[in-house]
Design a protein around this ligand. Structure first.
Ligand code: IMP
Ligand code: MG
Length: 177
């Protein structure tokens, strides 16, 4: 088992709490009176830690679902090849959908998932990400609710992985290259 050092803490536990509270408030205020519960869809596996905290800060009725898309393999460089590995279970037709990501990097994953969701005739599709790397963007994608912009560095923790490891770190850190 190969384990690398974390060279710096980028987002600590207190800042994570502050970010998640703010996003929850923005999302709660961002929808008028809903006809049906908001469908919050987390992209697995990276979003599951953030998603668990986020939904508890959203004060409007919601249901959750998950989908798995793969774009990375086990490395640190996006392959650009986005595959739907596991689809959502719920029907999104006529519903308000909020897609939740751990991090938007090139934007390819979110762009593809947004396009796919829109084909299913939902009432609305909005996007929320915990972290965002604007300088790494290749595919144009609208981020409606953004936790924090970061530089183009590879980060782990709070659900984010390197080769499936480090997801359990309670903070976000930069791995020693
Ligand atoms: P994109 O399609 O390039 O926007 O990549 C999105 C996905 O790549 C995210 O859902 C993450 O799983 C992964 N990813 C991108 N940057 C990082 C990073 O710095 N650390 C860990 N995973 C990342
Ligand atoms: Mg991911």
């Amino acid at each position: 088992m190969q384990h690398f050092e974390i060279t710096k803490k980028l987002v600590d536990e207190d800042e994570i709490k502050t970010i998640v509270k703010r996003l929850g408030a923005e999302i709660s205020a961002g929808y008028g009176s809903l006809e049906n519960e908001l469908i919050v869809i987390g992209l697995l596996r990276g979003s599951f830690v953030f998603m668990a905290d986020l939904i508890r800060e959203i004060k409007i009725p919601l249901v959750v679902d998950f989908m798995t898309v793969s774009s990375y393999g086990d490395g640190t460089v996006s392959s650009g090849d986005v595959k739907i590995v596991m689809d959502v279970d719920l029907s999104v037709e006529g519903r308000d959908v909020l897609l939740v990501e751990d991090i938007v990097d090139t934007g390819r994953t979110f762009a593809k998932v947004v396009r796919m969701m829109k084909n299913r005739k939902p009432k609305s599709v909005k996007t929320c990400t915990f972290l965002n790397k604007p300088s790494a963007r290749i595919s144009d994608v609208q981020v409606d609710f953004c936790g924090k912009d970061i530089d183009d560095e590879f980060v782990v923790g709070y659900g984010l992985d390197y080769g499936q490891s480090y997801r359990n770190l309670p903070y976000v850190g930069v791995l020693k290259p």
